[in-house]
Ligand binder design. Structure first.
Ligand code: 13P
Length: 257
């Protein structure tokens, strides 16, 4: 983990109404009053619940993230939300390129890059997701696919910008399936990604960029995942919806602690 601050992010996906989000945030805030200094916590509620959640968490050490963004600050884009609007709703992070967006809403690598650019311009930290399907893993395409996805967003970018992007490696076959990647499998990919970043930006920048793992992260596997040298945190779906499991994940046993 070196000196990178761990980041645990809960992606609520399309779960929780506004009252449910407010109740959860209120309980989370109470449960996490003494967050260890080596951990940063983020929750990503559905868009209508962003502002009420951010209001509850205003003075708490828990940041709020969008789940998606449109890469323009305003305009005739029915149904979309801009970086400026996310910021005004209290977001300091936003997930982009989630495999569910790529799969169900046909988002391309180029479009995801536009979103990353739009967020950086607004001072919002992108949580940029990449990951291979089971078929791609079985066909030994994992590393070439990840390299393509990574380059699409990181090519022709300066070091300063690159360091502001958080990467989330989420193998599609591990999302919501209960089949988490083993810590060794995840570490292998994370080390590969950091090596790619090292080639592009040099060791200092590569060592500063945070790479999260996502895909069936649970209280019983977080400790082993976080022991891996290149895993800097987790993007948690299902287990972030329940207070007990999310609090347990946030309180992972840090090798540094
Ligand atoms: P699960 O933790 O439910 O597998 O979801 C992972 C995910 O997609 C987080 O973005």
């Amino acid at each position: 983990m070196t000196s990178r601050k761990a980041l645990i992010a809960g992606n609520w996906k399309m779960f929780k109404t506004i009252p449910e989000a407010v109740d959860f945030a209120t309980a989370l805030r109470k449960a996490l009053t003494s967050l260890p200094p080596h951990v940063e916590v983020v929750v990503a509620p559905p868009s209508v619940a962003l502002l009420p959640t951010a209001q509850v968490l205003e003075s708490a050490p828990i940041a709020v993230s969008g789940q998606n963004v449109y890469p323009a600050n305003e305009g005739a884009f029915t149904g979309e939300i801009s970086p400026t609007m996310l910021k005004a709703a209290g977001c300091s992070y936003c997930i982009v390129g989630h495999s569910e967006r790529r799969q169900y809403f046909h988002e391309t690598d180029a479009f995801v890059r536009e979103k990353v650019d739009a967020l950086l311009a607004e001072g919002i930290t992108p949580i940029f997701c990449i990951g291979e399907s089971l078929a791609q893993r079985q066909a030994n395409e994992t590393f070439s696919l990840l390299s393509t996805q990574l380059n699409a967003t990181f090519a022709n970018r300066d070091r300063e910008q690159a360091e502001q992007i958080v990467i989330a490696y989420e193998p599609i076959w591990a999302i919501g399936t209960g089949h988490t990647a083993t810590p060794a499998q995840a570490q292998e990919v994370h080390a590969f990604l950091r090596q790619q970043l090292d080639h592009s930006f040099g060791a200092d920048t590569a060592q500063r960029i945070r790479i999260l793992y996502g895909g069936s992260v649970k209280p019983d596997n977080i400790d082993d995942l976080m022991k891996q040298p290149d895993i800097d945190g987790a993007l948690v779906g299902g287990a972030s919806l329940k207070l007990d499991s999310f609090v347990r994940i946030v309180s992972f046993q840090s090798p540094a602690a």
